[in-house]
Ligand binder design. Structure first.
Ligand code: PNS
Length: 166
């Protein structure tokens, strides 16, 4: 039984993340999508609770995928879940370089934790949460970038928070 973790800020979760989740869910018995709520990111567009709700809705259809939030070290979360694999996506060599470095840090803390880096599918190599946030700000059609299950909620929250520029 192999339990894997797919961590990230998910501000918000995009179709690029879903691509990785769908593929990782086929490789491992259980996949925990972990919304890191203390991720070193300034000015998130969405609160941890909002990001968590989006992820929960977007992964509901996958039988062996669960969404959770965590505010500590990733390796402690892996320990708690008895997970042996960290899943990361890489769109290009910059992503790979950053993920490689993080994998060494995590392995230094927890040597039995392997990082598996999945290359992004070609349809999503230009996708990112920051790009999705721009599309939200400029009132672009969100179904191109975000899972269908969250488009309505994201648009409603963005309107409420006065994020959308007209
Ligand atoms: O979606 P992101 O922001 O690129 O994800 C980065 C994230 C949250 C996975 C990374 O910053 C992380 O693992 N943070 C948790 C704290 C931790 O364990 N740090 C040590 C590993 S670098």
């Amino acid at each position: 039984m192999i339990t894997a973790i797919y961590p990230g800020s998910f501000d918000p979760i995009t179709l690029g993340h879903i691509d990785i989740i769908e593929r990782a869910a086929k490789c491992f018995d259980n996949l925990h999508v972990c919304v890191m709520i203390n991720a070193d990111k300034k000015n998130p567009m969405f609160t941890p609770e909002e990001r968590m709700e989006f992820v929960k809705k977007a992964v509901k259809k996958y039988r062996n995928v669960q969404a959770e939030a965590w505010s500590g070290l990733l390796t402690d979360y892996a320990q708690q879940k008895e997970a042996t694999v960290l899943v990361k996506g890489a769109r290009n060599v910059c992503d790979f370089d950053a993920e490689y470095q993080m994998s060494l840090i995590n392995k230094g803390i927890k040597p039995d934790l392997e990082t598996v880096i999945l290359p992004a599918s070609s349809a999503y190599i230009h996708f990112s949460s920051s790009m999705a946030r721009e599309m939200i700000r400029y009132h672009q059609p969100l179904e191109r970038y975000l899972p269908a299950e969250i488009v309505g909620d994201v648009a409603a929250i963005a309107r409420q928070k006065n994020i959308v520029r007209r």
